[in-house]
Design a protein around this ligand. Structure first.
Ligand code: UD1
Length: 434
């Protein structure tokens, strides 16, 4: 049993350093196996999703070595590239980004056999666009018994691919396969998230020829081979945004270090509308709030719109704002499950279709809570830190997928948050913070 125990009501103040971007890391770690040379990647967040993907990469024969906690060396030379190549271990199905190994292995070996991805349960999350992309490049893609995807091609040939829906995963996956295809691939209606640019920059540092990442048309000129590289991953936009929302919900004052302020603009502008102060520096932002918070409207959209991965954390802060806020989710259909937990803490929120109508309340009250997915879990941590009294959060395995040392970082900011693993620890926490 692992839970976060939180005693709320403290203004969070101080400094926090943001880790490397989880979603960029997942694409980059998968891409690293596309060369037989050694690749060294810095600023890899030490979270369960990246460790799981590295285990899977090791499982297919690559050499993986942690140089330090955030620097990983990968060498894809030892990967079996015949019919025995199969990515399927008990962990890989739990992370959605396992699908990046399809694009990476298909590009390199023209063959991939990967267990169907899992990940957070936040909606249907199909992978039809990934498959359409691989097929357009000339692969034959089948879903076989046991829930595996097998993609195979005599040769991959560059092509023109239009994505019907803007998809981060499909954009990255097609870019991976196309990097080693014959000729030129154009991906239209591509996603523009910062981690797409990071994966493209990484592939280019390995010798790929990718232009336009960060716009909605990406052009990939296939190369014959990729080579070793040394690369540092960008900071995590969503971890930074989570601490920004935490500063506001607890009426705190936090300097958030190692960020790219440009990536945070959609979040900053909503926090400013709520009455917070956001000061931007070169690679830091300071977020301050005191007194009353104001209600606002948020609609999630692909980048540069408001990120769906910040929807729950913002709602946790908005539930304490004066007036009525409306939060509309337009990317995933099942992303309001945390609302029922916030209601148990005293929030006044009604979900209607894909919108949450939030009438601000004065305070939350601590409760026993359950994290339903990664970002929902982060939202509950924020609410618990702002609440009167003690909260316990179950199912923190979801939170650990994407937040490195979350409880340490919160404690450094003066928050009272502990990882508890036994009934005795729970009892002691309750006694200490009655
Ligand atoms: C990625 C992120 C996730 C984030 C999401 C949106 C990773 C590992 N995960 O997820 O944290 O919440 O982007 O920013 O980077 N869709 C299809 N067919 C497809 C693929 C997607 O219809 O083949 C739809 C999805 O159901 C969803 C929308 O497209 O409605 C966007 O999904 P997508 O951008 O692909 O999300 P992920 O890559 O899964």
């Amino acid at each position: 049993m692992e839970q976060y125990a939180i005693k709320g009501g403290t203004r969070l103040e101080g400094e926090v350093t943001i880790a490397g971007a989880k979603n960029a890391a997942l694409g980059i770690l998968a891409a690293a196996v596309m060369t037989d040379d050694e690749v060294v990647i810095e600023n890899v967040p030490y979270v369960s999703d990246t460790r799981t993907l590295l285990k899977a990469i090791e499982g297919i024969g690559a050499t993986v070595r942690y140089i330090d906690r955030h620097t990983v060396s990968i060498c894809g030379k030892g990967i079996a590239h015949d019919d025995t190549l199969c990515v399927d271990d008990e962990y890989i199905r739990k992370i959605r980004a396992s699908y990046y190994l399809i694009g990476a292995l298909l590009g390199k070996y023209k063959y991939a056999n990967v267990a169907l991805p899992g990940g957070c349960d936040i909606g249907a999350r199909p992978i039809d666009l990934h498959i359409k992309g691989f097929e357009t490049l000339g692969a034959n893609v089948e879903i076989i018994a046991g829930g595996k995807i097998v993609a195979r091609a005599e040769e991959l040939v560059g092509s023109h691919i239009y994505l019907d829906t803007v998809s981060v995963g499909a954009t990255i996956n097609i870019m991976l396969a196309a990097a080693l295809a014959d000729g030129k691939t154009t991906i239209e209606n591509a996603a523009k998230e910062p981690h797409i640019v990071d994966v493209a920059n990484f592939l280019n540092s390995m010798g790929a020829n990718i232009k336009g990442a960060g716009t909605d048309v990406i052009r990939v000129r296939g190369v014959e081979k990729l080579h070793g590289a040394f690369y540092s991953i960008i900071p995590d936009q969503i971890e930074a945004g989570t601490f920004m929302a935490m500063a506001v919900a607890t009426r705190g004052n936090i300097l958030i270090k190692n960020v790219i302020p440009k990536h945070l603009e959609a979040i900053s502008s909503k926090l400013i509308e709520m009455g917070a102060k956001v000061l931007e520096y070169d690679d830091e932002v300071r977020v301050m709030a005191d007194g009353k918070l104001k209600a606002t409207q948020i609609k999630t959209l692909p980048y540069p719109g408001f990120p769906t991965d910040m929807q729950a954390q913002m709602a946790a802060a908005l539930a304490l704002a004066d007036g009525t806020s409306i939060v509309t989710e337009s990317i995933f259909e099942n992303r309001f499950r945390y609302v029922y937990e916030l209601i148990r803490m005293g929030a006044n929120i009604k979900v209607e279709g894909n919108s949450a109508i939030i009438k601000g309340v004065k305070r939350y009250t601590g409760a026993h809570l359950e994290a339903s997915d990664l970002r929902a879990g982060a939202a509950l941590v924020i609410a618990a830190l702002a609440a009167d009294g003690v909260s316990f959060i179950d199912d923190i395995k979801y939170i650990k997928r994407g937040y490195e040392d979350f409880d340490d970082k919160v404690r450094n900011l003066g928050g009272i948050m502990q990882l508890v693993t036994s009934d005795e620890e729970v009892k002691k926490f309750k006694e200490d913070y009655k």
